[in-house]
Design a protein around this ligand. Sequence first.
Ligand code: MV4
Length: 518
Amino acid sequence: MFKKILIANRGEIALRVMRACREMGIGTVAVYSDADRKALHVRYADEAYHIGPAPSTESYLRIDRIMGVARRSGAEAIHPGYGFLSENEEFARACEAAGIVFVGPPAAAMKLMGSKTASRQAVIRAGLPAVPGTERDIDSLEEVRRIASEIDYPVMLKAAAGGGGKGLRLVRSAPELESAYRNARSEAQNAFNDSSVYLEKYIERPRHVEIQVLGDRHGNLIHLGERECSLQRRHQKVMEECPSPVVDEALRRRMGETAVRIAKLAGYVNAGTVEFLVDQDNNFYFLEMNTRLQVEHPVTEMATGVDLVKEQLRIAAGEPLRLGQEDVRLRGAALECRVYAEDPANNFFPSPGLITRLRVPSGPGVRDDGGVYEGWTVPLDYDPLLSKLVVWGSDRAEAIARMRRALGEYEVSGIQTNILFFLRLLEHPDFVAGRLDTGLVDRVLAGGWMPGAGRSGEAELAAMLAAALDLSRNVQKAAGSKRATPGAASAWKGSGREALLSRGQGPGARGWGTRDEI
Ligand code: MV4
């Protein structure tokens, strides 16, 4: 096993990898930009090296600077985390050339899966289910007209070099096609410096379900079940869960086997994720493969008991997988909320600034993968993720109740967060019933979820926590459990109450009722 690893990332994922290293007795090397001089991952690492100014292009994306630190520090391997250089083929090759182990797949697998058309082509030719559509990009308007009429509307135009929803155009009828085609191409050119677009049949109200795979360097490749990722806002996942309420054991086995065959096609090694769309008839279609550890990996860890980062490190060190497919089973239910420094009342714009008070949730079945601390100033230079709040319950109802309870304990002052939004989502009847699809978040947002006019955010929060509490009771009853839902709407009655009272707002203004009355 390695003696020292460089973590080429920042924030919560850098800390997550460092925690696995520390448990394995592996030394950790952090890199940081000007903006991260006092960041938590720098404070946690055994060694830390400055790599440049705040802009990522001058620091976390600078392959030369990261390789320079790897050389200077004597790191034997580099873990890229997610984002930044984690799916950058040039970076993987630079590690190879420098004799440093890249904790991830071979560059060739990264290259194949980095092209949406090449990966689709490989999957289609292997006779595996991909969304009906073209295998390669479309060069002319005539061609796109012809193919669109063949696969029939609605269709979706997509950037071949794309990802994250850029260059997507839903086309419901022929008259819209020309402008959609031109716009998709120009958006793809601007976003990816590659105007290639391809065409797919549009899957109505799809669910977004992904399969975690793990492959070693000895040909062993297994899957670790699915993650439900349909709750997205502007193509950003907001809340994920494992298992998916829409997947039964038979579908799980079929999707898992398909994902393993796709990974084998790519000669995949290490942790990867195969994304599928699932239609209303539970048919599933390959969408794309992510050749990195995902943000939402903790829900798989909580439901399987597998530490995916440790498995990544063991695979990178050449060890054979200790787990066989028969050893993998999902137990209970896990939920993750991505807690962001953003202001839902201001269109979820980032809300950077000094965190004047921070108290994160804990207690039974709660894990907070955080990258910030009280006194830290959230910079504007990077994704403003504060932490991933993850819970595990014996079943989905308990996981929902536990997430509500944990969110009620989460206290952040000095910046805005999206915590209120999660509380609303967790009480939506479609969510509670597991009636999920990629449009649900937009429906919740359109449904005027924000604090009502004339009531302060705190009052709304207290009212919502109370409502959530009531719903928890109902959910518990529905689940047949005799347990009364413990706790009160505001978990930190002391500080919560003082805070509310001091501002003369919220229920506190009229005096807090007893637990039952809130
Ligand atoms: C689709 C789709 C329906 N039909 N493709 C592509 C990028 C990824 N983030 C989501 N993508 C989708 N591809 C076909 N053929 C639905 C999605 C999709 C989605 C599309 C538009 C708006 C929000 C969405 C959320 C999840 C999935």
